[in-house]
Design a protein around this ligand. Sequence first.
Ligand code: SF4
Length: 372
Amino acid sequence: MAGLYIHIPFCKRKCVYCDFYSVAFSPVMMERYVSLLLKEFDRRKGEVANEKFRTIYFGGGTPSLLPVNLLSKLICHVGQDDAEEITIEVNPDDVTEEFAREIVVAGINRVSMGIQSFDDKELKFLNRRHDSSVAKKAVGILKSSGICNISIDLIYGIPGQTLATWRKSLEDAIALGVPHISAYNLTYEEGTKLTVMRDEGKIEEASDDLCVEMFDVLAAMLSDAGYEHYEISNFALPGMHSRHNSSYWNFTPYIGLGASAHSFDGRVRRYNPSDLRRYMELVEKNGMACDEEHETVGQLYNEWVMTRLRTSHGLDLNDLLARFGRDRLEMASEVLDGYKEKGFVTVANGVACLTRKGIMVSDMIFRDLFVV
Ligand code: SF4
């Protein structure tokens, strides 16, 4: 079974930190875009060995801006019967009772909501459309419509955010009783308004020490509340991990449809253009729009060790030996032993895992493990 990702690139406004591909919301474009997604699907569904999709994920952009009849059309066309998990990313202020009822009928059984913070000043700074009361109300609406598999995104390291406001956001998140929380350290991506503001001296980045403290508070509070820390940025109540995202970390093949979407079949990565017009022109003409890159064994190895170490399952050294051979195993073991002595890594029963301290320096550990 494989995964299917569908990118809906429309947003009503740009959040200051966002470097995902998105364009201004255009209701008139939606119908044409969806018809091209269907065309692309028909042309490319054979890229994965068994054309059945265990998970379907609508990401963006803002998929909750897509009229539900178009969403339904997409789900029916790609075949929802075999999908265990169908997720849609939503903005809290798009969640009405009608929307929630309709997405349930369309077959959606999981919602990922970009809340980011429960502090209204922080939300305003990030240029989000919602405030904290709208976010809380949205979770209530989804639950009463029967969608209990809800994930929320939070951000820490926001300029002006304090340990106290971060704790309060976490308390609010826990109180909502959502089964899945993703929490990300704010990053300064090239070309974003956030980076421009920093470079112009208008805002100050949160210090590394504060971000480490925030991460510690996050891990401790969510663990006390019963969440499993199953991936560096992801926490779930037992059994409620994201099946779609977990399949990325397990190298399960997936097809990505739409402008800027990526695909991977276990060996070849495919990239759709991050340009809506170009995507539409190419799919109109050829049924597909992607460029291909055949991964080298070195690239596959780098991705494998990184994704495995990011998860709580860890890096199974026997598995590494079987996939990449003895030389790579010995190289990785030497690096991991060095980090084990420093308390950044544990190795038990042939499985290496990052410790909480190790997560904070994970980029350095990955760099040392990577082959060039
Ligand atoms: S809503 Fe999501 S995709 Fe759109 S600008 Fe904000 S963070 Fe980016």
